[in-house]
Design a protein around this ligand. Structure first.
Ligand SMILES: [Zn+2]
Length: 385
C-alpha cells in the first residue's frame, strides 16, 4: 500500500487542537495512520511519497454546521430562488458544494433542502460522483404553515409533522430539522409557530430510530419549548436570554451560531426592519445575547446558513463576540464533528481519522484570518486544489 507523508511547520493535532511544530502525518488509504512529533522521524522508501508544506499550518478539514446546499446568499433574490424547480436547485447545490470544498469545508451539516437534494448529493459525494463536502443531512425541513422557513415545507398538527418525520427517516436522513421562529424578530414578543405537541412528535420519531433533532430558533417562548420537548441542537439563538443560557447548559444541548445575519450589515438590513436605526438596534440586542451565550460556555458549532465560502468570516465574528481562537477553531472542527456525530471519523488530526485536512497560510490559533488563506485541501487523503 502506498504511503503519503505530509510535513508542515505547524500542525494542529488531536481532539484538544494542540500545536505541533515541525511534525508530520502519515496517510494510508485515505486515513491518518501515524503522527510524527518531528519530521526527522519519518521513514523513507520507494512506496513513500513526501509532501513538504513548508511554513504552512495544517488543520483538520473545516465543518460547516449549518448549510443549505441550494440556498446561496451570493446570488440576487436568493430566497425567491428557493421556489426554483428541482433541476435548477440541484445544479446550484453542485456549485455550492464544490465552492465550499475549495474553501476548506470537507464536511457540511445540511439544515434542509427541498426535494431531498441533500440526501441525493450525500450519496453521490460518497460514491465519488460529485465533488463537495461529506454531508450530514436532514432532508425536508419542517415548518408550520404560517411560520418562517423559506427552505422548509409546511405542516400542521402533530400527525402531519410525524408523517413527514417518518418520510425523512425513510429517505435515510441523519437528523430532523424543524423551524420554530423567524430569523431576525424585530418585535419585543418573539413569535413561535410550532406547538409543544408538534415538537414532541418530531422528537419522538427521531429518538425511536436513534437520530437527533435540530430547530431553527431565535429565542423567546419557542426556545423554552424546544428545550422542554428535547430538541438536541438549537440553531441561531439570536435572542437567547441569560436564563435560557443556563437552561440550555443544564440540559446539555448544542447551539449553532450563524452570526452574519446579525453582524454583517448587508444581510442584517435585508432581514430586519427597513429603517437603519431599527436594524442597528436589533444588532445591538443580538450581539449582547450571543456574547452572553458565548461567555456562558454553551457548547457550540458555527455555520454559514447558505453564505457559501463564508465559514472563515463566521468564525471571525464569533471570536469578536468573545470566544477564544481555540474554541472558535473547535467550533468548526473537533466540536463541530461531535455535534454532527462524525467525531469517530473526522474533525481532528488524530490517528484513525479520515485525512480531511486544510493547509493555511498562517496559524489560526494566533490569527483567525488565516482561515481565509486556504493553500491546499485534502479530503480522504486526496488533494482537492
Ligand atoms: Zn438555515
Amino acid at each position: 500500500m502506498s504511503i503519503h507523508i505530509i510535513k508542515a511547520d505547524k500542525i494542529i493535532t488531536g481532539k484538544d487542537l494542540t500545536l505541533m511544530t515541525r511534525g508530520a502525518i502519515q496517510i494510508e488509504d485515505g486515513k491518518i495512520t501515524r503522527i510524527y512529533n518531528h519530521a526527522s522521524q519519518i521513514p523513507s522508501g520507494e512506496h513513500i511519497t513526501v509532501t513538504d508544506l513548508g511554513d504552512k499550518t495544517l488543520i483538520p478539514g473545516m465543518i460547516d454546521c449549518h448549510n443549505h446546499l441550494a440556498l446561496d446568499t451570493r446570488i440576487e433574490h436568493h430566497l425567491v430562488k428557493m421556489n426554483d424547480c428541482e433541476c435548477e436547485q440541484t445544479i446550484r447545490a453542485l456549485k455550492t458544494m464544490n465552492d465550499d470544498l475549495h474553501a476548506g469545508v470537507t464536511t457540511a451539516r445540511c439544515l434542509g433542502d427541498r426535494f431531498y437534494i441533500d440526501v441525493t448529493c450525500k450519496k453521490a459525494q460518497k460514491e465519488g460522483r460529485i465533488s463537495g463536502p461529506k454531508l450530514v443531512v436532514s432532508g425536508i425541513g419542517m415548518r408550520a404553515s404560517h411560520g418562517h422557513g423559506y427552505v422548509g415545507m409546511p405542516f400542521d398538527g402533530p400527525e402531519e409533522f410525524r408523517r413527514q418525520a417518518r418520510e425523512n427517516i425513510l429517505h435515510g436522513v441523519d437528523f430532523l430539522k424543524v423551524f420554530m421562529t423567524k430569523v431576525i424578530n424585530a418585535t419585543s414578543f418573539i413569535y413561535h409557530f410550532m406547538s409543544p405537541e408538534e415538537l414532541r412528535a418530531v422528537v419522538q420519531e427521531a429518538r425511536s430510530v436513534g437520530i437527533t433533532t435540530a430547530c431553527h430558533c431565535s429565542g423567546g417562548q419557542g426556545l423554552d419549548d424546544c428545550i422542554d420537548a428535547g430538541i438536541d441542537c438549537l440553531e441561531h439563538v439570536y435572542y437567547i436570554s441569560e436564563r435560557q443560557v443556563e437552561k440550555v447548559k443544564n440540559a446539555d444541548r448544542w447551539v449553532v451560531y450563524t452570526p452574519s445575519y446579525a453582524l454583517n450589515d448587508d444581510l442584517l438590513f435585508k432581514f430586519s426592519p427597513k429603517d437603519k436605526d431599527g436594524s442597528l438596534k436589533e444588532k445591538e440586542i443580538i450581539c449582547k445575547c450571543l456574547e452572553g451565550a458565548i461567555s456562558g460556555g454553551l457548547k457550540f458549532g458555527i455555520g454559514t446558513d447558505g453564505i457559501h465560502q463564508g465559514l472563515a468570516q463566521e468564525a471571525i465574528y464569533i471570536s469578536s463576540l468573545g470566544a477564544s481562537n481555540q474554541d472558535v477553531l473547535a467550533g468548526i472542527t473537533v466540536n463541530a464533528a461531535k455535534l454532527c456525530h462524525v467525531d469517530n471519523v473526522t474533525g481532528s488530526i488524530t490517528e484513525g481519522m479520515a485525512a480531511d485536512l486544510v493547509a493555511l497560510d498562517g496559524n489560526p490559533l494566533e490569527d483567525l484570518s488565516a482561515l481565509k488563506r486556504v493553500e491546499a485541501v485534502y479530503q480522504d487523503g486526496k488533494k482537492i486544489n
